[in-house]
Design a protein around this ligand. Structure first.
Ligand SMILES: Cc1ncc(COP(=O)(O)O)c(C=O)c1O
Length: 402
């Protein structure tokens, strides 16, 4: 019998997605009849707009869409994504610089697989979205955390980034608006960071998937446009999931210099080939249409955001800076960790989140999932009534801590 491990070292090092795990546990409890309120989900609670669904229904009936199409995406979709990028980010690209991927997640994976050699370092601002570390690790890259906290609204400074830079640094990952914190860099901050990256010859991988979900007077700034000095060392990741409530359709994209896009397309041609044609045509309807659907969602999210932040900040021991974008709040619960609650003494935010799920039937994702213990991530992409009920339950339970 071979003594070689059954699972490769590379794959066994991947952890389960903590956000999906919390969501799965909450859904299982719900299915068992318990009135769980889930703040774990990373998706809009709205259905995909009707005109997008209609385009897909029509596409499914066309036999041309029953066949393989170019691995890198339908030419008309690549064209529309290039036009949309010009419209929304002011960034001019050729359709040949676009690769259509199976959701933003595949774009994340392929960007790092294409750019990194073993040992290359990537600067990642923590708290960070759970998928980045795994994609970087799978590519043989080394993640270097730049840790931020609530005192700066989870924004990293050039000084912090510079302190983390070494000779091995190849890529800065720039995510604004951020999952999990909702932090959004101003134009000035974006320019300062981009210029610093350009000065040191770094690549910037920028995830713009939440570009249209910003609130109040906050504006989204694309680092690719704001910092022309970056030249062709920019890779933009994006997708239809959040803007058009299309998480289940699995369409994202990667935009970059032609050599990077060509190499990433070669990878995709062997891994997954073309994204499902029906989904690509739905995405074509989405990106070629207007932004009225996301404007409606934004109004609802903004209302819920304000309610959630106000209610969270009323709970003793909880502090939540105002998120400016995406649909997450990221409060600190550091003061509550280690306190006694219902006869137990949770020693970490993960243990506290577990206790909350059991005792209050409320699901939150602990900060451990995002590289910063001592915090919770709560999505406000759920109905207003559930939101108020869920945070009220949280407040009632946590006020018993002593
Ligand atoms: C920051 C960020 N980027 C990318 C994605 C990928 O989304 P999808 O693969 O559904 O397109 C997500 C989803 O949660 C995200 O939060």
């Amino acid at each position: 019998m071979s003594t070689r491990p059954r699972i490769s070292a590379r794959i066994s090092a991947i952890s389960e997605s903590a956000t999906l795990a919390v969501d799965a546990k909450a859904k299982a409890m719900k299915a068992a009849g318990r009135p769980v309120i889930g703040f774990g989900a990373g998706e809009p609670d709205f259905p995909t707009p009707g005109y997008i669904v209609e385009a897909a229904v029509e596409a499914a009936r066309d036999p041309r869409n029953h066949k393989y199409t170019p691995a890198g995406g339908l030419p008309e979709l690549k064209q529309a994504i290039a036009a949309k990028t010009r419209r929304d980010s002011g960034y001019s690209v050729e359709p040949s610089q676009v690769l259509v991927t199976n959701g933003g997640k595949q774009a994340v994976y392929e960007a790092f697989a294409t750019l990194l050699d073993p040992g290359d370092e990537v600067l990642v601002v923590a708290p960070y979205w759970t998928t980045y570390p795994e994609a970087i690790k799978l590519a043989g890259g080394v993640q270097v955390d730049v840790v931020t906290d609530e005192s700066t609204g989870y924004l990293a400074s050039v000084e912090q980034l510079e302190a983390a830079r070494t000779e091995r640094t190849k890529v800065l990952l720039f995510v604004s608006p951020s999952n999990p914190t909702g932090a959004v860099y101003s134009r000035e901050e974006t320019v300062a960071i981009g210029r610093w990256a350009a000065e040191h010859g770094l690549w910037v991988v920028t995830d713009e998937i939440y570009e249209h979900l910003v609130y109040g007077g906050t504006e989204f700034t694309s680092i690719a446009t704001a910092v022309p000095e970056l030249g062709d060392r920019v890779v933009i990741l994006n997708g239809v999931a959040k803007t058009y409530a299309m998480t289940g359709w699995r369409v994202g994209w990667l935009i970059g210099p032609s050599d990077v896009v060509k190499a990433a397309t070669n990878l995709q041609s062997h891994a997954t080939s073309n994204v499902a044609n029906v989904s690509q045509i739905a995405a074509l309807a989405a990106v070629s249409g207007d932004l009225s659907a996301v404007a409606e969602m934004r109004t609802a999210f903004d209302r819920r955001r304000q309610t959630m932040v106000r209610m969270l900040n009323e709970i003793p021991g909880v502090f939540c800076p105002e998120p400016k974008g995406a649909f997450y709040a990221y409060p600190s619960v550091k003061e509550l960790v280690g306190k006694e609650l219902r006869g137990r003494r949770p020693g970490s935010s993960a243990e506290l989140a577990e206790l909350i799920l059991e005792e209050a039937e409320v699901a939150v994702v602990p900060g451990e999932a995002f590289g910063t213990p001592g915090y919770f991530r709560l999505s406000y992409a759920l109905g207003d009534d559930d939101l108020v009920e869920g945070v009220s339950r949280l407040a009632k339970l946590l006020s018993e801590a002593h």
